[in-house]
Design a protein around this ligand. Structure first.
Ligand SMILES: [Fe+2]
Ligand SMILES: [Fe+2]
Length: 316
């Protein structure tokens, strides 16, 4: 199939592993899904400490389930990307550990305090959900298929994040102050989630022409602000004065770009931001710590099932 035919046929869930797709499509889809998969894994690393740190058994259980969900989302997505025949799952995991794999800006920042958790669990997951819901209509069928399960589970994550936010927002004055502080710290990062307003992305036009993306970053940011600005206010959060957000007469929000730190954003995009490097290094250490398991399973005759010669694969 040539790229002209792909563009003509582009529609939701149109292409699958049996289609002979041009390299340009396969590479663009791989780049997009790999970024998504990496973000699932790195988001889980940020939340993992709260399986211990959460203040009650119910919250610990919820974090435990959520972290498992996110790792599962990552694995599903690596599979959906692997089917494109550009990179294997192992290569993508290696790239992430080596600092070559890219992932969402918000997951490059450390999260250490309990009152910060709704910033990821409610606002970042809420922003992610906006994007993910549109991906149910992506043209690469395995990706769209993965989104059915992912969106279903993300719905619970957001409810959990909202429940923590509600608890803090209706708690003691101190708790209300702490959650407001966390909001002020995280809000600019959350606004940068969808990239620069005036999106110069060279990848975007192609991805939308071939049906991989069905909505642009600007539209997604609008949809997110329309839904989440009122929710933040509902929980008593004060929207910081900076970055300025102007509301047009047509109800559209406009974020004043110059009020945001784009140097930091681009540093993050290159995996060059200090705290983000630490997250990547701990991912690397975790991958190295279980290298012996992969090796033993990949060496015929040394792993479980070696008696029968039926050696399980690392990914099984
Ligand atoms: Fe997820
Ligand atoms: Fe999630």
């Amino acid at each position: 199939m040539d790229i002209g035919t792909v563009t003509e046929r582009a529609s939701p869930r149109q292409f699958g592993p049996k289609d002979d797709l041009p390299e340009e499509y396969r590479k663009a889809a791989t780049r997009m899904i790999q970024f998504h998969a990496n973000s699932e894994i790195m988001g889980a690393y940020l939340e993992r400490p709260f399986i211990r740190q959460a203040p009650s058994l119910d919250r610990k259980l919820a974090f435990s389930a959520k972290v498992q969900d996110e790792i599962g989302h990552g694995q599903l997505l690596y599979r959906a990307a692997e089917n494109l025949g550009v990179k294997t799952r192992g290569q993508m995991l290696d790239e992430l550990a080596n600092g070559e794999g890219k992932f969402l800006n918000c997951f490059h920042y450390p999260m250490t305090e309990w009152w910060e958790t709704p910033m990821i669990g409610f606002f970042v997951d809420g922003a992610a959900m906006r994007r993910q819901a549109t991906l149910k209509k992506t043209s690469w069928e395995p990706y769209a298929h993965a989104m059915d399960k992912i969106c279903f589970e993300e719905g619970f994550h957001i409810k959990h994040g909202e429940s923590i936010l509600r608890e803090l927002a209706t708690g003691s004055r101190k708790e209300q102050e702490l959650v407001q502080d966390a909001f002020e710290e995280w809000w600019p990062r959350i606004l940068q989630f969808f990239g620069p307003t005036d999106d110069q992305s060279t990848h975007h036009d192609f991805a939308s022409a071939v049906g991989l993306k069905t909505m642009g970053n600007d539209e997604l940011r609008q949809a997110f602000l329309n839904a989440y600005l009122p929710k933040a206010r509902k929980y008593g959060l004060e929207i910081p004065e900076y970055p300025r957000i102007n509301e047009g007469e047509d109800g559209r929000y406009e974020v004043v770009e110059d009020d945001l730190d784009w140097d930091e954003f681009w540093q993050i995009a290159k995996n060059d931001y200090g705290p983000g490097r630490q997250q990547i290094d701990s991912r690397k250490a975790a991958r190295e710590a279980v290298a012996w398991v992969r090796e033993s399973m990949e060496t015929p005759g040394s792993g479980p099932g070696s008696d029968t010669g039926d050696t399980p694969q690392a990914a099984d």
